[in-house]
Design a protein. Structure first.
Length: 209
């Protein structure tokens, strides 16, 4: 899964781009961060639909359903509890962002061969891992290098064309990774829709129109 700092940065960028005040962005981040734990955590039966598509083919993606559900909850409480509205939207944003983080990859087994890979990783991820170690051993020789192993949940990977089950290496970094940019844009659109629904004026400077 994408680490919490990815979710946090994407949420902050989206919130800033649509012109939200700092306190609102903080509430969004709080709600987003909490989605990875407790009953909404990815390792629970109740939480899995927030992170992975839990619905059969032909039905609406479970993450989009949950994003819409929290959108409506946010609209409904807006006039009486603004802070809670932003927190609800943070949960919805997490589901939207995981649509891009995980695509149509199932949760799968955890910690394959001690690599830490498993939940939400493409089936070929272990092969990518082995290939990287064999072909570029010097990259991994210095154990003091932070996170030296290739992590499919990092901005070093993006989707292979239109596929949402196969990842390929990407060397452009976080700021230009197509998977990240799509996640930011959908987050911006989600917030823009909400601001319109409650009568706020969005800035609408979308990252990837």
């Amino acid at each position: 899964m994408w680490p919490k700092d990815y979710h946090e940065e994407i949420t902050q960028i989206a919130g800033n781009n649509v012109g939200l005040p700092e306190y609102a962005v903080d509430y969004l981040v709080y709600g987003n961060r909490g989605t990875d734990s407790g009953s909404t955590g990815p390792l629970t039966a109740t939480g899995r639909p927030y992170h992975f598509n839990n619905n059969p083919p032909g039905q609406t993606d479970s993450r989009k359903e949950l994003a819409d559900y929290y959108f409506e909850r946010a609209v409904n409480v807006w006039s009486t509890n603004e802070a809670q509205a932003w927190r609800y939207l943070g949960v919805g944003l997490h589901a939207i962002q995981d649509y891009h983080a995980h695509g149509q990859i199932d949760a799968g087994p955890r910690n394959i061969l001690g690599t830490g890979m498993g939940v939400g990783h493409a089936p070929h991820s272990i092969l990518v891992f082995i290939f990287e170690v064999i072909t570029a051993p010097r990259t991994f020789a210095n154990i003091s290098v932070p996170n030296p192993m290739p992590d499919p949940d990092s901005s070093n990977f993006t989707w292979d064309g239109d596929s949402r089950t196969r990842l390929i290496r990407y060397f452009g970094g976080f700021d230009t990774n197509p998977r990240v940019l799509d996640s930011i844009t959908d987050s911006e659109v989600y917030l823009w829709r909400f601001m319109e629904a409650v009568g706020l004026e969005p800035t609408c400077s979308f990252t990837n129109p």
